[in-house]
Design a protein around this ligand. Structure first.
Ligand code: SMO
Length: 786
């Protein structure tokens, strides 16, 4: 088969802007979410949540008449506490009971649950339950937790630290050569993830299959099945997990939540259907579990700003519990491993402490740790440039791994496979019109605002192999994926994958990958996902892995199916199999052709007419796939923005935003652009709006969307995107994976732009997210105070 001419005739193949198959149902409000489901006898579950951040539970009084509808931990004896394992040294694990039993460790932790025909009635039942507490000293932040005297967060702990990770590569020797030193303290606030749909789970007993069915808004149906089976003492074959339409996940749904375990336990125990739908206030309280990093950094450089070494102490406020299975080690592991970013310096010392506090436990969130490290590193880079008196982007450019150095192994052993980081930065600077901005700054703005320009460059590792997961302490998460493809008797194609699509458009892009090999029209390809009963095992959708891993598996499975189809078609046409090409739903040999439905019918329905040596394998193929290397693929990008700062009100407006990204081979440019823009919107939230502050009692101070501010359409500017397309040499069709990238750089870009705008005012640099008007005005005050 001549690959290139065939590609040209596959208008819906890899690279095509195919409209998403998912859109019609969502635009018409016809999606199928857990909250839409109707079942006879369905009971709605409500949770009684702790009003205190740290307290011993001394008693729970349940009125006798409610005994059969209200549950506490002691009644769930056959369910295990969630215990997330990690192989990282120094790790102290945390036992998270499905319902708190001895003590509560954050405001919002569930203490009891009740079921009733409606959620309102269930909540009313819980009103009648009395819980008594003995208050304990609250670890409301990392510093109070580190200074703890007396009772620690978890029994058996020797201090309030989940773990400490250290790295040291030639630090002393290279730092000693430095002519310039720049030190900064840089910090990100705690925030939520706020998917449109919160956590949602329903479970029932399927008497025909004699099986527990858990319908959950999850990114990881197969892992959730394993988690529920393990924690409820069942065989995995007795549990089926279905993930239907999911309204955004962002990492919040890649772990097993205690509520999922509770609902599964109820259904297993009572053999009736139960459901829990997290409401917005619950999400904002129990979901305040990400981004809170504190950086103490020193850059060691020569007098041109060329970095020699970096010294870092990173403190992460990890909250009360380590989630399962992507335990809390993910956060410090990725922080220490990604702080050097796309840069070529060779001296590095880093200590990362992940502290246990009385807040909801950290979970992975789009851009895991990298939004933090990019923010810290890129603000430091700009500070270094100001110190040596050069344009920040030029100092950045000098420090980046250069195109001709590729492939490059960096100071923390990241294997950058391909691409040209400096070219992306140069292009972003050109697109944003940096020289014009400098001229405009010199002239001044007619409205008196100050404008500034900022840039950032980052890498996004995807397609992690088994050994990379092991560096995060996850030895049992394997770096491969699987797909099953089946040509139906009437010439359609079914593609089954164990990952789940919840906004990424995989029903479309996976169909394009299959179309590229087999020529089946995209509207005749059904991508089946989100059901452990119908799909091959997969660890699921996270870490920008699905296109590379599952997409790769689809491609290799289709390539194995291809010669089988060719053999049957060749027999039907009386030609040699090598002469057969598949295009537009037909098999062609010169001017002759047969429809794929002829091929399907021949195999399934009239096999007696096929010679014995034709297609012994059938028209159904299952394949596992992993990339050529274990070290992953690296998408990279440069982002740049122009902002206007109103020094009277402290308001910041983003005037222009550009992205130059390289995610290797693009399957569907519209989807890549949508993912990038969505990520940037979330990054703008981190940069400017989103924060869950806590008081000293550990009470969350933003529990409604009036206090927790999200960027809306008016806060997200038009984003201009340009693509580089350097195929990865290590993945099946050159894709690199890019689901998270958009969210990594915006805080860095926007803060760099604001600090650029404030140059010359004498204002302090802004170094803490989110950049509220109040914080900006405070920075400006330092300019006027003596
Ligand atoms: S935070 Mo993502 O689901 O890797």
């Amino acid at each position: 088969q001549a690959e290139t001419p065939a590609r040209l005739l596959k208008p819906e193949g890899i690279g095509a802007r195919v409209p998403r198959k998912e859109d019609a149902r969502h635009l018409a409000g016809k999606g199928n979410f857990v909250g839409d489901m109707v079942m006879p006898g369905l009971q709605e579950v409500a949770f009684l949540r702790s009003p205190l951040a740290h307290a011993r539970i001394t008693g729970v009084e349940i009125p006798e008449e409610l005994a059969a509808r209200v549950f506490v931990r002691q009644m769930m004896g056959d369910a295990a506490d969630i215990l997330a394992p990690s192989s990282l040294p120094t790790y102290q694990t945390s036992a998270q009971p499905p319902l708190a039993s001895d003590k509560v460790r954050f405001v919002g932790e569930a203490v009891a649950m009740a079921f009733a025909p409606t959620r309102a009635i269930a909540e009313d039942l819980l009103e009648q339950v009395q819980v008594s507490f003995d208050e304990l000293p609250v670890f409301h932040d990392s510093w109070s937790a580190l200074a703890a005297q007396g009772e620690l967060l978890h029994p058996g702990w020797k201090d309030n630290l989940f773990m400490t990770l250290r790295a040291d590569r030639d630090f002393d020797q290279l730092a000693a050569q430095a002519e310039v030193r720049v030190t900064r303290t840089i910090e990100l606030s705690r925030q939520c993830m706020v998917p449109m749909e919160g956590k949602a789970v329903m479970a029932y007993w399927d008497f025909q299959a004699n099986q527990l069915v858990v319908v959950s808004a999850t990114q990881v149906p197969h892992l959730l099945r394993a988690g529920i089976a393990q924690h409820l003492g069942m065989g995995e074959e007795s549990v089926r997990v279905v993930s239907p339409d999911v309204g955004g996940a962002f990492g919040y749904k890649c772990v097993m939540h205690p509520e999922e375990l509770c609902i599964a336990w109820l259904a297993k125990t009572y053999k009736r259907p139960f459901r829990y739908l997290e409401d917005r206030r619950e999400h904002l309280i129990v979901g305040a579990n990400t981004r809170q990093h504190h950086y103490q950094l020193t850059a060691y450089a020569d007098r041109t700003g060329k970095l020699l070494a970096l010294d870092a102490v990173i403190t992460i406020d990890g909250g009360a519990y380590s989630c399962w299975p992507f335990n809390i080690g993910l956060e410090p592991g990725q922080a220490v491993g990604n702080l050097p970013g796309p840069y070529a310096f060779r001296g590095y010392r880093c200590e990362t402490r992940c502290v246990g506090t009385n807040k909801p436990g950290f979970m992975p969130y789009r851009g895991v740790a990298r939004t933090g490290v990019c923010f810290a590193m890129e603000l430091l880079m700009d500070a270094l440039a100001r110190e040596v008196g050069r344009e920040p982007w030029q100092v950045r450019l000098d420090n980046l791994v250069q195109g001709e150095q590729m492939p490059y192994v960096n100071v923390v052993n990241k294997h950058f496979d391909s691409g040209d980081f400096p070219a992306s930065l140069k292009r972003a600077v050109q697109m944003i019109g940096l020289e014009a901005v400098r001229e405009r700054q010199a002239r001044g703005e007619p409205d008196g605002r100050r404008i500034g320009v900022g840039t950032a460059t980052y890498t996004e590792q995807s397609a992690h192999g088994t050994s990379v997961f092991a560096t995060w302490g996850l030895p049992v998460v394997p770096g491969y994926d699987q797909a099953m493809v089946k040509l139906t008797a009437d010439g359609g194609l079914e593609v089954r994958v164990g990952v789940h699509s919840h906004g990424q458009g995989m029903e479309t892009s996976f169909a394009q990958i299959a179309h590229d090999v087999l020529g089946v029209p995209v509207n005749r390809i059904r991508v089946i996902h989100g059901d452990t009963g119908q799909t091959p095992f997969s660890t699921g959708t996270y870490a920008s892995r699905a296109t590379v891993m599952s997409g790769g598996a689809i491609a290799v499975a289709c390539k194995e199916l291809l010669p089988r189809v060719q053999a049957i078609a060749a027999h039907l046409m009386g030609v040699e199999p090598q002469a057969v090409a598949l295009l537009e739903g037909r098999a062609w040999a010169g001017e002759k052709s047969v429809a794929l439905s002829d091929v399907g019918r021949a195999w399934y329905l009239t096999p007696q007419e096929l010679p014995d040596n034709v297609n012994l394998g059938g028209l159904e193929v299952s394949r596992a796939y992993k990339p050529k290397v274990d070290t992953g693929a690296f998408t990279y990008a440069s982002q740049a923005a122009v902002v206007a700062v109103d020094t009277e009100t402290g308001e910041v407006e983003i005037l222009d935003y550009v992205v130059v990204e390289d995610c290797g081979t693009i399957v569907n440019p519209m989807i890549v652009e949508g993912q990038t823009i969505g990520g940037i919107a979330q990054g703008i939230g981190t940069a400017m709006y989103e924060e869950t502050p806590y008081d000293e009692q550990g009470q969350p101070l933003a529990s409604t969307l009036a206090d927790y501010i999200l960027p809306g359409a008016t806060e997200v500017p038009r984003i201009r995107i340009e693509h580089f397309e350097t195929p990865s040499p290590n993945t099946e069709f050159g894709a690199k994976g890019m689901g998270e990238g958009g969210a990594i750089a915006p805080p860095a870009v926007i803060f760099n732009a604001v600090n650029d705008a404030l140059r010359g005012t004498g204002a302090a640099e802004v170094l803490l997210t989110p950049l509220t008007p109040r914080r900006l005005l405070k920075a400006l005050e330092s300019a006027t105070s003596p």
